[in-house]
Design a protein around this ligand. Structure first.
Ligand code: HEC
Length: 270
C-alpha cells in the first residue's frame, strides 16, 4: 500500500511539474466559432494601423466578436483571474502579449473577415509587405477617437492568430539575477519593441530565429543602432520594421542605445 501511495505521489508530482504554467486554447475554425458564440458577428470599424502613414488614417470595417466575449468563451467567465497577460500566437511565430486588464478598459475585437467581403488581407507598409493574409484571426482595437491607442500603431494588432494563451510572465529570462538595475529599462524596451518577433534567452516571439542576447554581441554598437533605426540601411532586404518612427529622433537614438547596452550586457542563458 505504501509503495502504491509513493508511486501515486510520484506520478502526481510529475504531473504537477509538467503541467503547463499557461492556459492555452487553439482558435476554432471560423464556422465553429460562430456556431459556438451563439450570436451574429458584429462589424467593427477601426483605423487600420498597417495602412496609416503619419497622421493619415484609413478606416476599415472588419467582422468579428468583442475580444472579451471570445476570451470568456475560450477560458470561462473568470478568464481575467487565470493569467495577467493574454498571449496571441500567430502562424508565422509572431507573439503578442497584452495585459488582460487592457481588454476591460479598451474595446478590442477578434475578427475574421472584411466587412465588404474583400480578401482577408492587409498591406503592411512598415514591413514592406503587401496582401499579407490576416486569417485565421486578427486582433483589432477600437482606436477611432482614441489618440493613445492610435499612437501605439500596429504593435498590439497580431494577425494570423491561431492560438491564445493566458499566462503570468516571469522576468527571469530577461532580467537574470545579477544583471545591473540600470539595464531594467532596456529589458522593458526590448519587450515593447523587439520581442514580438525575436527571442531573448527563450522568451519572446519566433519570427526570426536566434537569441537576440547572442546575436547582438556580434554587432558593433553603431551598426546595431543603424539596424534598429533603419533596417534597410544594414540589410539588403528585410521585413523587420524600423523602430517606431513616430517617436522623436532623439528618443529613437536613446532607445536604440539602451537596447544595445542591455543586450550586450545580458548573459546568454540558452
Ligand atoms: C515585426 C518583427 C520584428 C521586430 C518587431 C523586430 N525585428 Fe529584428 N528582425 C526581424 C526579421 C524578420 C529579421 C531578419 C532579417 C531579414 O532577413 O529580413 C530581423 C533581424 C534582426 C537582427 C539581425 C539578425 C542577424 O541574424 O544578424 C537584429 C540584430 C535585430 N533584428 C534586432 C532587433 C531589435 C533590437 C528589435 C527591437 C528594436 C527588432 N529587431 C525588432 C523581425 C523583427
Amino acid at each position: 500500500m505504501r509503495s502504491l501511495c509513493a508511486l501515486l505521489g510520484a506520478v502526481l508530482g510529475l504531473l504537477l511539474l509538467t503541467a503547463p504554467a499557461a492556459r492555452a486554447a487553439e482558435m476554432p475554425p471560423v464556422a465553429a466559432l460562430q456556431a459556438q458564440m451563439g450570436s451574429a458577428a458584429a462589424t467593427a470599424t477601426v483605423y487600420e494601423p498597417h495602412l496609416s502613414v503619419g497622421d493619415a488614417h484609413t478606416a476599415v470595417d472588419y467582422v468579428g466578436y468583442p475580444a472579451v466575449d471570445v476570451l470568456a468563451h475560450l477560458f470561462g467567465a473568470d478568464w481575467t483571474e487565470q493569467g495577467e497577460t493574454v498571449e496571441f500566437r500567430a502562424l508565422d511565430g509572431y507573439v503578442s502579449r497584452i495585459a488582460a486588464q487592457r481588454f476591460l478598459s479598451e474595446g478590442a475585437f477578434i475578427v475574421f473577415a472584411h466587412g465588404d467581403g474583400a480578401p482577408f488581407t492587409v498591406d503592411n507598409l512598415l514591413q514592406n509587405e503587401s496582401d499579407v493574409p490576416l486569417g485565421p484571426y486578427y486582433l483589432v482595437w477600437d482606436n477611432i477617437g482614441n489618440p493613445a491607442l492610435l499612437a501605439e500603431g500596429a504593435r498590439n494588432w497580431p494577425y494570423q492568430v491561431a492560438e491564445v494563451l493566458l499566462v503570468t510572465l516571469s522576468d527571469a529570462a530577461l532580467l537574470p539575477e545579477g544583471l545591473d538595475e540600470r539595464f531594467h529599462e532596456g529589458a522593458a524596451l526590448a519587450r515593447t519593441h523587439c520581442l514580438s518577433c525575436h527571442m531573448v534567452n527563450g522568451y519572446g516571439g519566433e519570427k526570426h530565429e536566434g537569441n537576440l542576447a547572442e546575436i547582438t554581441k556580434d554587432y558593433e554598437e553603431d551598426e546595431f543602432i543603424g539596424l534598429v533605426l533603419a533596417p534597410l540601411s544594414v540589410l539588403d532586404e528585410t521585413t523587420m520594421p524600423a523602430l517606431d518612427e513616430r517617436l522623436p529622433a532623439e528618443e529613437r537614438q536613446r532607445i536604440a542605445r539602451a537596447l544595445y547596452d542591455y543586450l550586450a550586457a545580458l548573459p546568454v542563458l540558452e
